[in-house]
Design a protein around this ligand. Structure first.
Ligand SMILES: Cc1cc2nc3c(=O)[nH]c(=O)nc-3n(C[C@H](O)[C@H](O)[C@H](O)COP(=O)(O)OP(=O)(O)OC[C@H]3O[C@@H](n4cnc5c(N)ncnc54)[C@H](O)[C@@H]3O)c2cc1C
Length: 342
């Protein structure tokens, strides 16, 4: 069913089979909602499809302290709802439905919704995000947002002066530990192997840093505390001995999975499944754009997802309004987003 939020939302009818939109956005996180805001404000007929709840990962953040404009921070759900209301006021139509199939080559993009309805679009903005991997151990869900975090950049500041742990052994874990060492009293990396997978230069910096220690050959077995996280239980993988490590915060950095499997046969991706897109969010396919956490990029945050969404909608608008009839992707790549503002 279609969901219209905001008093000036339009149009007033449900999506029908065979409907054709100028822009269809897949995913209703910060990237998708911002793309929707920009596309609707540009006067493009725009539909956003969301399979669970709008706001995406941002809606699950307890308190967001690094999104500009909120000097006291803002609740994740509150920020997500405000983004949705703002986009809906501009005329974005949000439909609560997942996409089960996409055919993205050619000028007419065919999108099959869960349930089988097929709609078409001239441009598609992929904004399906990514899922941070979970450890699956006891207490993880209970202390999520109360000491357990998947984002050092987001929640590290709240650990100022405390002891923290980072779970993982790749580049993200190493970067998180180095970042946290500037904030926390001490950082312990808990890694299941006897060597890190992170780049050598990062490993060297970790080993030289007196505020970082590494617990080799250990896995986390439980998150413990009362109101807030107080400690983690770790297990030595060789002798199975368990130890309690008192910490105020734990940052889980064991990877994430971009939600891109639906597009994998058509859109170019890297080995981990992140979509390859230019700075202007254009992908290898004309009329297909990638915004937010699902694309290869250096920083996955609400602010960068929102920025991608704005750029993607602007690029789509340019390609739809200004492109030559015999448009191909090389031509699309030659159009600069910035030229529209000039
Ligand atoms: C617990 C937590 C706390 C965080 N805290 C912060 C913070 O404080 N500050 C910060 O800047 N960042 C934070 N982040 C990161 C931030 O939330 C993400 O970087 C941001 O939400 C990415 O936005 P996105 O729109 O690219 O993707 P997402 O937020 O992942 O949204 C993607 C959406 O697409 C939908 N979708 C996927 N597949 C389909 C499909 N087939 N059909 C329809 N819909 C689909 C999903 O349901 C989802 O709603 C946090 C993340 C988490 C998990």
């Amino acid at each position: 069913m279609a969901v219209y939020i905001g008093s000036k939302a339009k149009p007033a009818r449900l999506t029908q089979p065979g409907d054709n939109f100028e822009v269809v956005i897949i995913g209703g996180g910060p990237a998708g909602l911002t793309a929707g805001l920009y596309a609707a404000r540009a006067g493009l007929s725009t539909l956003l499809l969301e399979k669970t709840f709008t706001g995406g990962q941002a809606a699950t953040a307890n308190h967001v302290e690094n999104y500009p404009g909120f000097d006291n921070g803002v609740g994740g759900p509150e920020l997500a709802m405000a983004m949705e209301r703002q986009a809906a006021k501009a005329g974005l139509v949000v439909r609560a439905s997942g996409v089960s199939r996409m055919e993205l080559k050619g000028d007419v993009k065919r999108i099959t919704l869960e349930g089988g309805m097929v709609i078409t679009a001239k441009a598609v903005i992929l904004a399906m995000g990514a899922r941070p991997r979970k450890t699956g151990v006891r207490g993880e869900a209970e202390f999520s947002g109360r000491g357990v975090s998947w984002c050092a950049t987001c929640d590290g500041f709240a650990m100022k002066g405390k002891n923290a742990a980072v779970i993982g052994g790749g580049n993200t874990a190493a970067e998180d530990a180095l970042y946290l060492s500037g904030i926390c009293e001490h950082v312990t990396i808990v890694h299941r192997r006897a060597e890190l997978r992170a780049d050598r230069s990062l490993v060297r910096r970790l080993l030289e840093n007196p505020k970082i220690s590494i617990l080799w050959d250990h896995v986390v077995k439980a998150f413990e505390g009362e109101e807030k996280l107080r400690a983690i239980e770790v297990e030595n993988v060789t002798n199975h001995e368990r130890t309690r490590l008192p910490v105020g915060g734990v940052f889980i950095a064991i990877g994430e999975d971009p939600d891109t499997s639906l597009a994998k046969d058509e859109v170019k991706m890297n080995r981990e499944g992140y979509v390859l897109a230019d700075e202007d969010t254009r992908t290898n396919l004309a009329g297909v754009y990638a915004a937010g956490d699902l694309r290869e990029k250096p920083l996955r945050q609400i602010v960068t997802a929102a920025a991608d969404g704005a750029v993607a909608a602007t690029a789509a608008m340019q390609d739809l309004r200004f492109k030559a009839p015999e448009h191909d992707n090389e031509a699309a790549r030659g159009v600069s987003v910035h030229s529209v503002n000039a």
